[in-house]
Design a protein around this ligand. Structure first.
Ligand code: IMP
Ligand code: MG
Length: 427
C-alpha cells in the first residue's frame, strides 16, 4: 500500500483485536522507515512468527524486527516501563538491535503498579474481563489530569508529588472496593529512581519525529492495537478498552493531524474472535467454536485466556470500515477455515423481535439480543497455506473472499494464509 503518494499508513484491527496486526505490520514494515504505536499499552499482544523464532510484542512496535526502521511509542500509549525493559531485553537476547532505534514520547503516561492493583479491584465488581495490565486506571488518571508522564521523570521531586496524590486516592478507592492491598509511595519512587536513567535517554517529542519523517518523504506506519469494537467510543461499551483504537486515535496518539494520513488498512480475521466479556453476535456453537479455537490457536497472547470464536460478521466489518475510514482490508487466517465443509457468514442482524437491525446498536443489551442472518458458503477443503497469489487459491476460497469483500464494502489488499512472514498474498 506504500507508494510515492501514500507514505503515511495506519494499520488497525477491524474486529475485537487479535486479527493479526502484528504480522501485517511486520510485512509492511519492510517498506517503512518509521513504525509508531499510538494507543493502548501492554494489554496488546502482537505475535510475529519468523519461522526460526517468534516474538510476542506488547509495547514495542512490530517494526523493530526490520533493522532499518525506527520505532516510536507515541504519546497516546500508556507505557508500562518495567514491562518495556523486560521486552527490550528479550528481543535484544534474540539478536535484535534496539539501541538507537526505539524512542518514547515524553508525553506518554506511565502505567504503575498501583494502576494494576486498581484494575484488579475494579474487575472484581465490573467484570469487563480486562487484561489486568492497569490500562483503564492509567487512562482514567490521564483524563482526570492526575497522571504521571515520562517527562515528569526529569524532575523526581515533581514526580513524587504527583504520585503521592495518585496513590493516596488509589488506596482510598481500593478500600471502598473492599480490596485489602495497598500501594506504597516509597516502593513506587524506588522503582522510578531505578528506571528513570534508562527511560529518559529514550524520551523524545515523538510527534515531531513523525512530522519530520513525513516532511522528508519517508514512509511511516502507524500501528494500532486492539480492534474497533473495543474502542472506548465506538466499541461495545462498557466491554471495551480505554483508548480510541480506531484510526482517529492514530492522529491524537502519534501527534500528527488527519491530513497527513494517506490510507487505513483494516485487519480482519476470516472469522471472528473476542477475548473478555461482552456481546459477540456470531459466536459459533460447539463443536465448531472449539474447532476454530484449536485450528487458529485462539488463546490470548497476553493473558493466555481462550478466545471466544465465531463466524465472519459483515455487520461488524462494515461498521469498522465506516468508523475507521478503511481504504483496504487484510484478511488473515484464511487457512484456519481449510477443513470446514460449510462456512457460515453473518451478513446482517435482526433485532430480537425479528425486525431488521440496520445500525450497530449502541447498547450491549440490544446487541446481545440480535440474531445474525447467515449465508452459508461452501468450504474448499484444501490446504491454502502454500498459496502466494490469489490464483493459487481454490475457487471456493476465492469465492469466499469475494463475498467478504462485497459484504464489507472495502477492497481486500492482503490475504494471510499462515502465521509466518512469507505466508501472505498481496492482492
Ligand atoms: P483492558 O484493555 O485490559 O482494559 O481490557 C478491556 C477489554 O479489552 C477486555 O475485553 C480485554 O480482553 C480486551 N483487550 C485488551 N487488549 C486486547 C488485545 O490486545 N486483544 C484482544 N482483546 C484485548
Ligand atoms: Mg493480540
Amino acid at each position: 500500500m506504500f507508494d510515492p503518494k501514500h507514505t503515511c499508513l495506519v494499520v488497525v484491527g477491524a474486529q475485537w483485536g487479535d486479527e493479526g496486526k502484528g504480522k501485517l505490520v511486520d510485512v509492511l514494515a519492510e517498506r517503512a522507515d518509521q513504525v509508531v504505536r499510538y494507543q493502548g499499552g501492554a494489554n496488546a499482544g502482537h505475535t510475529v512468527d519468523l519461522g526460526a523464532t517468534s516474538f510476542v510484542l506488547h509495547q514495542i512496535p512490530s517494526g523493530i524486527l526490520h533493522a532499518r526502521t525506527t520505532c516510536l511509542i507515541g504519546n497516546g500509549v500508556v507505557l508500562d516501563p518495567e514491562q518495556l525493559f523486560a521486552e527490550i531485553d528479550e528481543v535484544a537476547a534474540k539478536g535484535v538491535r534496539v539501541e538507537g532505534r526505539l524512542f518514547i514520547s515524553d508525553r506518554a503516561h506511565l502505567v504503575l503498579p498501583y494502576h494494576k492493583l486498581l484494575d484488579r479491584a475494579h474487575e472484581a465488581s465490573q467484570q469487563i474481563g480486562t487484561t489486568g495490565r492497569g490500562i483503564g486506571p492509567t487512562y482514567e488518571a490521564k483524563i482526570g489530569r492526575r497522571g504521571l508522564r515520562v517527562a515528569d521523570l526529569r524532575d523526581l521531586a515533581r514526580a513524587r508529588a504527583i504520585l503521592a496524590e495518585g496513590i493516596a486516592r488509589a488506596n482510598q478507592t481500593m478500600q471502598l472496593l473492599g480490596a485489602t492491598e495497598k500501594a506504597s509511595l516509597d516502593e513506587h519512587m524506588a522503582m522510578l529512581e531505578r528506571l528513570a536513567p534508562r527511560i529518559l535517554p529514550l524520551a523524545k517529542d515523538t510527534g515531531k519525529l513523525v512530522f519530520r519523517a513525513l516532511k522528508e518523504g519517508k514512509r511511516v506506519l502507524l500501528e494500532g492495537a486492539q480492534g474497533a469494537l473495543l474502542d472506548v467510543d465506538h466499541g461495545t461499551y462498557p466491554f471495551v478498552t480505554s483508548s480510541n483504537t480506531t484510526a482517529g486515535g492514530a492522529c491524537t496518539g502519534a501527534g500528527i493531524g488527519p491530513t497527513y494520513i494517506d490510507g487505513v488498512l483494516g485487519v480482519v480475521k476470516a472469522y471472528t474472535t473476542r477475548v473478555g466479556n461482552g456481546p459477540l453476535p456470531t459466536e459459533a456453537e460447539a463443536p465448531n467454536e472449539e474447532k476454530l479455537r484449536k485450528l487458529g490457536h485462539e488463546f490470548g497472547a497476553t493473558t493466555g485466556r481462550p478466545r471466544r470464536c465465531g463466524w465472519f460478521d459483515a455487520m461488524v466489518v462494515r461498521y469498522s470500515v465506516r468508523v475507521n475510514g478503511l481504504t483496504g482490508l487484510a484478511v488473515t487466517k484464511l487457512d484456519v477455515l481449510d477443513t470446514f465443509a460449510e462456512i457460515p457468514v453473518g451478513v446482517s442482524y435482526n433485532n430480537a423481535d425479528g425486525t431488521p437491525c440496520d445500525v450497530m446498536p449502541a447498547d450491549v443489551e440490544s446487541l446481545g439480543g440480535v440474531k445474525p442472518v447467515y449465508e452459508v458458503l461452501p468450504g474448499w477443503q484444501k490446504d491454502t497455506s502454500g498459496a502466494r497469489k490469489l490464483a493459487d487459491l481454490p475457487p471456493a476460497a476465492r469465492a469466499y473472499l469475494d463475498r467478504l469483500q462485497d459484504l464489507s464494502e472495502a477492497p481486500i489488499r492482503y490475504v494471510s494464509v499462515g502465521t509466518r512472514r512469507d505466508q501472505i498474498i498481496e492482492v
